[in-house]
Design a protein around this ligand. Structure first.
Ligand code: NDP
Length: 253
């Protein structure tokens, strides 16, 4: 019997994969608090239309420290002494770039800021709340109902699987590198936080039709995301530090 996380954060939840993760999570009546983020909550009409009293829609621009600090303060007030069970770092963007692009420091920096630096900073600032929830259970088990950091990475993050250079269907040098760094971050978290009983895992959800994935992608959100969310519930200490496809098939780093 898998138990539910009491509280979950999903970043970048106003559309695409984030929104569909939220639609799946609301089906779990064991979840008491779903904190979901949008850069501009006023325009997050799809999130508002879910109409579930457990959902708190908070503003978050992940590249702004002020926005992160305001967000973390609000989360503290919402979750209180229970702490936070599960952080899903989903917000991300993809900028086109290859080895042969006109060199652009600003594009590379912006890509790493959104997909990598912001994930590190937000996760670090939420660690006290993740530790708080982890410490409420005894024993060494790990799960999303205890305390977990789930990073939405990409298949393009894999160094071992890279047969395409910097150009796959689209030019993805900057994006792929920013996600490779997320995989390393996940591995480091899994080692550093094991003693705190916090699980850290990263995922390749599959190539999915969203603004980011584009219309030629292989899967619809409805085909892919229910499986991904089912997988979240199956995670335990044997998966800590792993990189998985949405069906929990291990991928090579
Ligand atoms: P979308 O473009 O549909 O959604 C991206 C989400 O991230 C939006 O909610 C967007 O908010 C948010 N976001 C982007 N930049 C920021 C920022 N600076 N601050 C806060 N939020 C931000 O993409 P997907 O749903 O496809 O992607 C979600 C995640 O899945 C990403 O991390 C992506 O890399 C990953 N992924 C996607 C794949 C795919 O095929 N679709 C494959 C592998 C991984 P806003 O609406 O305000 O822009």
């Amino acid at each position: 019997m898998v138990s539910s996380p009491k509280s979950v954060i999903v970043t970048g939840a106003n559309r695409g994969i984030g929104l569909t993760i939220v639609k799946e999570l609301v089906k779990d009546s064991g979840i008491k608090t779903l904190i979901v983020t949008a850069r501009d909550p006023k325009t997050a009409t799809d999130l508002h239309s879910i109409k579930d009293p457990r959902i708190h829609i908070l503003p978050l621009e992940v590249t702004s420290d002020e926005s992160i600090d305001r967000f973390v303060d609000q989360v503290k007030k919402i979750v209180g002494d229970d702490g936070l069970n599960c952080l899903i770092n989903n917000a991300g963007a993809a900028f086109h770039y290859t080895t042969n692009s006109t060199p652009s420091r600003s594009l590379l920096t912006e890509q790493f800021d959104v997909n990598t630096v912001s994930v590190v900073i937000l996760t670090q600032k939420l660690l006290p709340l993740l530790r708080k929830s982890a410490s409420r259970s005894t024993g060494d088990h790990l799960s999303i109902s205890r305390s977990a950091i789930l990073n939405i990475s990409s298949g393009l993050a894999s160094i071992a699987d890279n047969t395409f250079g910097s150009t796959t269907a689209v030019p993805m040098l900057a994006y792929a590198m920013s996600k490779t760094a997320i995989n390393q971050f996940t591995k480091m978290l899994s080692i550093d936080l094991k003693k705190d009983h916090i699980l850290a895992v990263c995922f390749e959800p599959g190539w999915i039709k969203t603004n980011l994935g584009g219309p030629m992608a292989q899967f619809t959100l409805e085909e892919a995301i229910p499986t991904l969310v089912e997988t979240f519930y199956k995670l335990n200490e044997s998966h800590n530090g792993g990189y998985f496809y949405r069906d929990l098939k291990p991928l090579p780093y």
